[in-house]
Ligand binder design. Structure first.
Ligand code: AOF
Ligand code: ZN
Length: 362
């Protein structure tokens, strides 16, 4: 069946809604749903924080009896499985929805086409693939975990005008200003994990949490690549490990392992980055922000594990003793395309993305 001219407009609204809970729905995708009747939106919802209830059941509850004969716009195929809640596809049928417009087929093997089949066999008109690319974009972290069994990886770098990310022998060097830092904290709030190398953890003693009023509870888990388990016991990460989890990725037989474990740090001993990402995905992490430093950034780039690069550039130079960035605007690899460019005060921020194929979707 074909799409009507209004379909894209309502789907765009559902996608915008879905983005409001990005990163806040656990292993569940943040789905948007609109119920529309005679040109009036009578129900709208996004998957609840934590992942349940799903979007459709909330939007249907809002629409009530008026849902009979209405059109439902859903960014992801309605589910067909009995999880902790009954299937949304059945809920749409029971509510008497006449037509369902779907952005993207759900790759979850429990659903994958079965949700659409339930709707169709109940005589509901089903249209799929409306603004599919945008739905795919909004759901990319979920799709990456489902389809590639690893989290979606964003690499964040802050460089000076001369392409440096810091100064040798110094801790945190201010390269970008307060507005950029605020944006980084906003990005962190959308992530399931933040990852740094032990060099950064020692030199900067970072906290790696979300420090935006009202969003503190959205702090992702902190992961440190720390082969020899050198994470300082008196540092900020270890001090806050009871409140926000810290994982040290390194040798579980290192001398410092028992002390770190006692302080609440979890130790993960894995042979390489792909194995680490698989393990994180198994634990339900769909997105990871790689925040530093140069060695870790290069390791992720060399392993082909970076999906998105967010490059901040401050207004001044570092000069002598600078630590060279593995990337600047001039040498972004060919397969990354610029998708966004913003100014944060005197700083510039450019985002580059590698093409993500959600081609399994119909
Ligand atoms: C929907 N609407 O809003 C979302 C869906 O653990 P459960 O039982 O909540 O199921 C998780 C799966 O449900 C998830 O993998 C995905 O297939 C689907 N998510 N489905 O109909 C929603 N968030
Ligand atoms: Zn559902």
């Amino acid at each position: 069946m074909s799409a009507s001219p209004d379909d894209e407009r309502y789907m765009a609204q559902a996608i915008a809604l879905s983005r409001t809970h990005t990163g806040q729905t656990g292993t569940n995708p943040s789905v948007g749903c609109l119920i529309v009747k005679n040109g009036v939106v009578i129900g709208s919802a996004v998957t609840a924080v934590g992942g349940r209830p799903h979007a459709e059941t909330q939007a249907l509850a809002m629409a009530g009896e008026a849902a009979r004969g209405a059109v439902a716009y859903v960014t992801l195929e309605p589910c067909s499985h009995y999880g902790r809640t009954p299937p949304c596809a059945n809920a749409l049928v029971e509510a008497g929805i006449a037509r369902v417009v779907v952005g993207l087929k759900d790759p979850d093997p429990r659903v994958s086409g079965k949700g659409l089949a339930i709707l169709q066999s109940a005589g509901i008109e089903v249209v799929t693939g409306v603004l599919q690319g945008q739905s795919c974009d909004a759901l990319r972290a979920y799709l990456m975990r489902q389809m590639k069994a690893r989290p979606y990886v964003t690499l964040k770098l802050a460089v000076s005008t001369d392409g440096m990310i810091g100064r040798r022998g110094e801790g945190q060097v201010a390269i970008t200003g307060p507005l950029s830092r605020q944006e980084v904290h906003r990005m962190r709030a959308e992530m399931d994990g933040i990852l740094v190398g032990i060099g950064t953890a020692i030199a900067d003693d970072p906290q790696l949490d979300v420090r935006i009023a009202g969003l503190e509870h959205r702090s992702p888990i902190r992961i440190v690549l720390d082969r020899h388990l050198r994470l300082p016991l008196d540092g900020k990460l270890v001090a806050s490990a009871q409140q926000i989890p810290v994982i040290a990725v390194g040798d579980r037989f290192a001398e410092t392992a028992p002390a770190l474990t006692n302080a609440g740090v979890e130790i993960l001993d894995v042979p390489d980055l792909p194995t680490l990402l698989t393990l994180l995905a198994d634990r339900g992490l769909s997105s990871v922000l790689v925040e530093g430093g140069a060695t870790v950034a290069k390791a992720f780039l060399d392993a082909g594990l970076v999906d998105r690069i967010v490059l901040f550039e401050g207004p001044s130079a570092i000069g002598e003793g600078g630590i060279e960035s593995p990337l600047t605007h001039d040498d972004i690899p060919q397969d990354y395309k610029p998708v966004r460019r913003l100014n944060f005060g005197p700083d510039q921020c450019c985002e580059y993305e590698r093409k993500f194929e959600c081609s399994q979707a119909s």
